[in-house]
Design a protein around this ligand. Structure first.
Ligand SMILES: *[C@@H]1O[C@H](CO)[C@@H](O)[C@H](O)[C@H]1NC(C)=O
Ligand SMILES: *[C@@H]1O[C@H](CO)[C@@H](O)[C@H](O)[C@H]1NC(C)=O
Ligand SMILES: *[C@@H]1O[C@H](CO)[C@@H](O)[C@H](O)[C@H]1NC(C)=O
Ligand SMILES: *[C@@H]1O[C@H](CO)[C@@H](O)[C@H](O)[C@H]1NC(C)=O
Length: 335
């Protein structure tokens, strides 16, 4: 398989603003450049029929101030898209070399390089300025941005160690070294810490929204959904991850809390796409269960991804749950 294809297949954007540490100014931003506590987006796939005028750059958008999905005004490749607006702060911080700002960017396949490693947790951000790769158009992609105060970064620091991130650009000024142990080491490429198989932590956004973060290393060799997340959250899960033919794990009802593969997504009454066209990675509680969780992350339900590090950030926010629940067209039952 070519490097280019692999790059396409595994693109996922998982932005927790990990590592941008100046609490007061740096924030997730909407398309107008205004600070928001969190946002989530769903970039729609470019379907292959001739009649379609889709560019593969349109996205659905939801944030802490809106009630339900809306269509983006901007295309994902624009610097005024939510990713462009949010990441602009990183490029500014990087340019000013201000010692009160820290950042860290990681990627399993560094932008524009053909080298690419399956071992690492994956997330993609170009280093020189905002850009959206042509390979990211064809399939669906989803992500979440959360604004955290600095007091959450000790916990984030520990989670990041488990991810074994392939960091290609970072700056963690000495001011931060008292509280953050792993980030400076990871940044210097010299971490000697023992990596736990998995780790769970609670996080709180700047405005108090609660999240639960699941991080697994490449030594936790199991299906993160069935073996861990569903049982931990005590909920049956519907999972939407990339379904590659002959590489999918079937829906799984062996353990007390089941996992069902979503097979198709509906964007509106007349518009839908198959999970084969979707590189988004998320799951929600089954409608019938009491706990309404939504998780967004960077691992597929595939036997091959048991060997990868990565994770999911989960919340019981009802607005996020209803938005993702509304996208489910149908899922596969257990045999
Ligand atoms: C984004 O993509 C659209 C559609 O392909 C193209 O017309 C536009 O020039 C691109 N914008 C940027 C900033 O690359
Ligand atoms: C660094 O950032 C701080 C806080 O935003 C600001 O007060 C200061 O002027 C900046 N220094 C430089 C050299 O840009
Ligand atoms: C940060 O930069 C300012 C301005 O350049 C300098 O005065 C200060 O000593 C620096 N602080 C640290 C901890 O390096
Ligand atoms: C369901 O998942 C668990 C945990 O990964 C695994 O042990 C079990 O074999 C799976 N069941 C089936 C039928 O695949």
């Amino acid at each position: 398989m070519t490097a280019r294809l692999l790059g396409t297949l595994l693109t996922v954007l998982f932005l927790g603003l990990f590592g941008i540490l100046e609490a007061t100014k740096i924030s997730c931003r909407n398309e107008d450049g205004e600070a928001v506590d969190w946002f989530t987006f769903y970039k729609l796939p470019k379907r292959q029929d001739e009649a379609s005028r889709e560019t593969g750059l349109e996205y659905l958008y939801l944030d802490s101030t809106t009630r339900s999905w809306s269509r983006s005004k901007q295309l994902m490749n624009a610097t005024k898209s939510v990713l462009g607006r949010t990441l602009q702060q990183l490029y500014e911080a990087s340019a000013s070399e201000n010692n009160s700002t820290a950042y860290l960017i990681y990627n399993d396949g560094v932008p524009k390089s053909v080298n690419y490693n399956r071992k690492y947790g994956h997330s993609k951000v170009p280093e020189e300025g905002y850009d959206y790769p042509p390979t990211g158009r064809r399939n669906g992609q989803a992500g979440i941005c959360i604004t955290f105060k600095y007091n959450q970064y000790e916990a984030i620091d520990s989670q990041l160690l488990v991810y074994n991130p392939n960091i290609y650009s970072c700056s963690i000024p000495v001011t931060f070294h008292m509280e953050l142990i792993h980030m400076p080491q990871l940044c210097a490429g010299s971490s000697s810490s023992e990596i736990p198989g998995r780790h769970l932590t609670t996080l709180q956004s700047a405005q108090g929204q609660k999240f639960l973060h699941f991080a697994k290393s490449d030594s936790f060799l199991d299906d993160i959904f069935a073996a861990w997340i569903a049982q931990q959250l005590k909920t049956h899960l519907l999972t939407e991850t990339w379904q590659r033919k002959r590489q999918e794990l079937p829906s799984n009802c062996s353990l007390p809390h089941h996992v069902y593969n979503i097979k198709a997504i509906k964007i509106s009454r007349h518009s839908y796409f198959s999970s084969y066209q979707d590189h988004a990675k998320w799951c929600i509680s089954h409608k019938g269960t009491k706990n309404h969780w939504t998780c967004i992350g960077d691992l597929n339900r595939s036997p091959y991804q048991a060997f990868r590090s990565g994770g999911f950030i989960c919340t019981q926010n009802q607005q996020i749950y209803r938005a993702f629940q509304g996208l489910v067209l149908y899922y596969e039952n257990c045999n």
